[in-house]
Design a protein around this ligand. Structure first.
Ligand SMILES: Nc1ncnc2c1ncn2[C@@H]1O[C@H](COP(=O)(O)OP(=O)(O)OP(=O)(O)O)[C@@H](O)[C@H]1O
Length: 271
């Protein structure tokens, strides 16, 4: 077999698979503001794919397109070989796409465990009445879901705070709980919107380790937006770079680092 660029990504240790998500010629406008212009890139199974770019480049809009919050005016989205048309965020979540948000979106008054349980909602089969009566199959189901959540709690090393209301936790731990809730849905693709934002060095190191472990041990494909370049270059398999809603770079961290357009965009942003 002839080795071309993407095939070089198949490596025995990391086991990056075939393409799972393909975004083709995506354009999205809000009134007169062009958030995304003709963006194409793909995501391979089990890959860690970063989206970077200066402020306002269109990164969050791109994530919102992937999980069905925004519907692009132009372009195609192919997920697991199927063309997706008019998929809303509920359907995206059902089909295996979960996400975390730039600003933490947890229920602050609820405990860590209960927040994580909300991530299981889409997996629950018993109806509201059965749950209210806590009856037979609903009870068994609840026990199963709690077991899964406890596994995730152990995995992310947050056993000690499982009964603590989320609002009382420091920011870094809240971010970890948000990751736990997204994982509770057992997603195939996990979208992380600035998972390290506002964290100190130690918290960032922990979060990096957890992202790599999730990718490695659960086999979850990860698409992330992150401003910390050190982190992006360390943990990503491939990076797509946006600037003013256009794609200006796409490749391995080394390729992106030496891309003149990318260097220019970042120097411009720094000025
Ligand atoms: N809901 C919206 N309504 C109007 N304009 C929007 C909306 N969402 C994004 N935009 C605009 O689209 C452009 C891209 O924004 P987006 O938030 O996707 O960029 P970003 O790269 O994620 O930025 P940041 O790093 O600052 O979060 C910006 O000009 C922004 O003002």
């Amino acid at each position: 077999m002839q080795m071309n660029e993407p095939d070089a990504l198949f490596n025995a240790a990391r086991r990056i698979g075939p393409e799972i998500l393909d975004l083709r010629n995506i354009s999205l406008s809000f009134g007169g503001v062009k958030a995304l212009t003709n963006i194409s890139f793909n995501v391979r199974q089990h890959e860690i794919r970063a989206i970077i770019g200066p402020n306002g480049a269109g990164k969050s809009s791109m994530l919102n397109v992937i999980n069905g919050v925004y519907r692009p005016q132009e372009g195609e989205i192919i997920f697991r070989g199927e063309h997706r048309k008019n998929m809303d965020c509920h359907q995206a979540a059902k089909s295996g796409i979960a996400r975390t948000f730039q600003n933490i979106a947890l229920f602050k008054g609820m405990t860590v465990l209960d927040n994580i349980m909300t991530g299981r909602n889409l997996k629950m089969k018993s109806n509201f009445l059965m749950q209210a009566l806590y009856w037979g199959p609903a009870r068994r189901e609840e026990i199963e879901h709690r077991k899964k959540c406890e596994e995730i709690i152990d995995f992310l090393e947050i056993q000690a705070i499982r009964k603590t209301p989320v609002g009382r936790l420091p920011y870094g731990l809240q971010k970890r709980v948000e990751l736990a809730r997204a994982l509770a849905a057992e997603p195939e693709i996990l979208l992380l919107d600035e998972p390290m934002a506002g964290m100190n060095v130690e918290e960032k190191q922990d979060m990096c380790r957890f992202i790599l472990d999730v990718n490695d041990q659960f086999g979850t494909t990860i698409v992330l937006i992150e401003h910390d370049m050190g982190v992006v270059m360390d943990i990503s398999d491939r990076v797509v770079v946006l600037d003013y809603g256009k794609k200006i770079g796409d490749g391995t961290p080394d390729e992106v680092r030496s891309n003149q357009d990318v260097i220019k965009a970042y120097l411009g942003a720094a000025h």
